[in-house]
Design a protein around this ligand. Structure first.
Ligand code: FES
Length: 352
């Protein structure tokens, strides 16, 4: 049985009985964690098949692991490494870089309180301290009943709704101490207050599954209806409404300037020490290779180079190995660095 709590929605998609919560005083950090089922490996391969280079699948694969086990376990790291043909250290380096990947068991919900500049000025710190008191936990800790993991968050990109709280990355806007306390109390009772905007609340495992690219909805129409659920968008569009009332409009964009008749093709930009046309990722990888002292360091730098070939022996759902697309020439990747670098902005950000 799962020691991690979860909602019926999450259990429905993961197939796990995730209803148990820890009793008061139980140490969730040492509680039993369910083993990864074979279905998880099959789904990991489905994710890998979506990418020209399998390694690009690492970020959603880590979300997949969390959807089954509630955090990135050593077993989950090993699965990712085996399937991608990379080392566990390389998987661990990614998993520990992003704050959305959890390193110990989480509660049913993740409550993130923005305490960045604008939210802090408008009461974010007071909200965090009130919730911390109610739950008896500090940053990145889980309440004894297993209901909620509380965390500080950096700017959640919703400053016009400050102070902002998210639950499983869904927004609860313009909170104050009282409303945030009521929200968390409802979560602990097993309720799911509708977010201010966006899709309905699920739970941490459920949202992890969505982040891995597996829909929780019956079909596309249901998914679309969830995403387009009614929401409050007042602060974001208030400027548009005011301008409308006042009859104001933005000045037209200046016409595009034509190039001078004798303007030729600009010379390729060459970074000092780099080659023309190289991306910053390729230049950095070249520098890592040049600086490697030991054979192990050289091998590691070569493996992580954007121009390196797909690791031999990678398994794909159809049994093929590697990729037919030469490294660095995948569609849409020119000049954008390595696939893992491209994924950074979508999978969360490193806490400052
Ligand atoms: S400072 Fe809180 S959302 Fe930007």
């Amino acid at each position: 049985m799962s020691a991690l709590s979860g909602s019926p929605e999450g259990a429905a998609v993961t197939g796990l009985d995730a209803t148990r919560v820890a009793v008061p005083g139980e140490d969730l950090a040492v509680a039993e964690v369910p083993e990864l089922p074979e279905q998880a490996r099959a789904e990991a391969r489905q994710i890998m098949a979506r990418y020209p280079r399998a390694r690009s699948a690492l970020l959603p694969m880590l979300h997949l692991v969390q959807s089954y086990q509630g955090y990135v376990t050593p077993e989950g790291i090993a699965l990712c490494a085996e399937e991608l043909g990379i080392t566990k250290a390389e998987v661990g380096a990614v998993a520990t870089f992003y704050t959305m990947y959890k390193r110990r068991p989480t509660g049913r919900h993740i409550v993130s309180v923005c305490t960045n500049t604008l939210c802090a000025a408008l009461g974010g710190e007071r909200i965090f301290h009130a919730l911390s008191e109610d739950l008896g936990v500090r940053h990145d800790e889980t309440a004894a009943d297993g209901s909620v993991t509380l965390e500080h968050a950096e700017c959640l990109a919703a400053c016009d709704y400050a102070p902002v709280v998210t639950v499983d990355y869904e927004f609860y806007d313009q909170q104050d101490v009282k409303s945030a306390r009521l929200l968390v109390a409802a979560l602990r009772r097993g309720e799911k207050p509708h977010p201010t905007r966006g899709a309905p609340l699920t739970d941490f495992r459920g949202i992890s599954r969505q982040l891995a690219g597996f829909s929780q909805h019956a079909d596309d129409a249901a998914a679309r209806a969830a995403v387009d659920a009614p929401g409050e968008y007042g602060p974001t569009v208030i400027g548009v409404h005011l301008a409308d009332e006042r009859g104001e409009s933005a000045p037209p964009l200046p016409a595009a300037q034509k190039p001078a008749p004798d303007a030729g093709v600009p010379a390729a930009t060459v970074h000092p020490g780099g080659e023309a046309g190289q991306s910053p990722g390729q230049e950095a990888a070249d520098a890592r290779e040049a600086a490697a002292d030991t054979p192990a360091e050289k091998a590691g730098a070569a493996r992580s180079h954007p121009d390196s070939p797909e690791p031999a022996g990678r398994r794909t759902p159809d049994g093929a190995t590697g990729t037919d697309t030469p490294a660095g020439q995948e569609p849409g990747t020119q000049g954008q660095g390595s696939p893992v670098e491209q994924g950074k902005g979508k999978s969360g950000k490193r806490k400052a």
